[in-house]
Design a binder for this molecule. Structure first.
Ligand SMILES: [Zn+2]
Ligand SMILES: [Zn+2]
Length: 143
């Protein structure tokens, strides 16, 4: 399907600023992700969510893992994360993942209703800031 144009991003009701990499501002997103997420947001329209992470260049991805795992980041880093818009070799990719946050009650509602049926990667991060990862890779769950 390929990379979403800026027009497609806007037509599907997203703001490129919410999707762009937090460090370099580059926004490269797979159109199929946005179509799937549009359905998700329409289905859950009574609930309130905020997008916390979509595009990540390799440098930003490293930053995220350093924050999470400190000195051990290198052994933990997901080299094929679906968020990546550049890999560790500098190749360009499209982000196929979105993380969202919201009220715990709203996240739990998603977990119950969407978690089991989502046709892609799905993970509920129940940390200090609970969030949900959704991607359009093959169906998988992890902890
Ligand atoms: Zn970046
Ligand atoms: Zn994620």
């Amino acid at each position: 399907m390929g990379r979403a144009t800026e027009e497609e991003i806007t037509l599907l009701g997203f703001d490129p600023k919410d999707l762009a990499c937090k460090c370099c501002g580059v926004c490269r997103v797979e159109l199929a992700l946005l179509q799937r997420m549009r359905c998700f947001f329409d289905f859950t329209r009574k609930l309130d969510f905020e997008i916390t992470s979509c595009c990540r260049c390799w440098d930003h991805h490293v930053e995220v893992y350093k924050r999470l795992y400190g000195a051990k980041w290198e052994t933990r880093i997901a080299k094929r994360s679906t968020h990546l818009i550049t890999d560790d070799q500098g190749n360009e990719l499209e982000s196929c993942a979105m993380d969202i946050t919201g009220l715990p009650l709203h996240l739990e509602a998603v977990d119950v209703v969407v978690g089991k049926v989502w046709l892609g990667g799905y993970h509920f991060y129940n940390g200090n800031t609970p969030s949900i990862h959704l991607d359009i890779n093959r169906k998988r769950r992890w902890r």
